[in-house]
Design a protein around this ligand. Structure first.
Ligand code: SF4
Length: 190
């Protein structure tokens, strides 16, 4: 399913997607810039499995509405938990979240490595959230991209009203919007 060299005249870009609502603006803007966007959903941080399925389903719907492909990595919550459990008492935006971002971006970058024929551009939807540390995400993105031979597209999607736009687009498409970040340790409303 991976488009190795992009559609004619378009550069392929792998977009790590944390959830469908957060992908709305990045997908539209990157496509408008001429990128051939391929989404990648990690998802193993999400608890419980029903919630994972709701979020994966919302993303499948977005991919049809917006016309882009998505790679879904296998749902392996036990693998994510084996790394994150030691940091279970950390607050949100703390060390567990930093590790979680690194796990997700590394999984996406590793996938890209196995698929891409040429240096591939790489980006994430994580920076649309007002709750996330964008400096940390940017520095992880650069470091992980360099390690995997990818070109990091550094974007802060929440800038210039990006978050509000994502809410509006999600509403207009009737996308499911969760009220907690995702993992078992964050299962309370934001
Ligand atoms: S709160 Fe969100 S970012 Fe932090 S560890 Fe849980 S799922 Fe990951």
């Amino acid at each position: 399913m991976f488009v190795k060299n992009g559609r004619p005249g378009r550069s392929p870009l792998l977009l790590h997607i944390c959830c469908a609502p957060d992908a709305t603006v990045p997908v539209r803007d990157l496509k408008a810039e001429g990128f051939d966007v391929i989404g990648l959903f990690y998802g193993s941080n999400i608890h419980p499995e029903d919630e994972y399925r709701r979020r994966a389903g919302a993303l499948a719907r977005l991919s049809v509405c917006e016309g882009f492909d998505v790679v879904y990595l296998p749902y392996e919550p036990e693998v994510w938990l084996s790394s994150a459990y030691a940091l279970k008492d950390e607050p949100e935006r703390g060390k567990r979240c930093a590790l979680c971002f690194a796990i997700q971006l590394s999984a996406a970058a590793s996938y890209a490595n196995t698929q891409a024929a040429a240096p591939l551009r790489f980006c994430t939807t994580l920076t649309i959230s007002p709750h996330k540390d964008v400096k940390l995400i940017s520095s992880l993105g650069r470091e992980i991209s360099a390690r995997h031979g990818l070109i990091w597209e550094d974007r802060v999607w929440r800038k210039n009203g990006g978050f509000l736009r994502s809410v509006q687009i999600s509403r207009s498409l009737g996308l499911y919007r969760q009220n907690y970040c995702g993992c078992v340790y964050s299962e309370k409303p934001l």
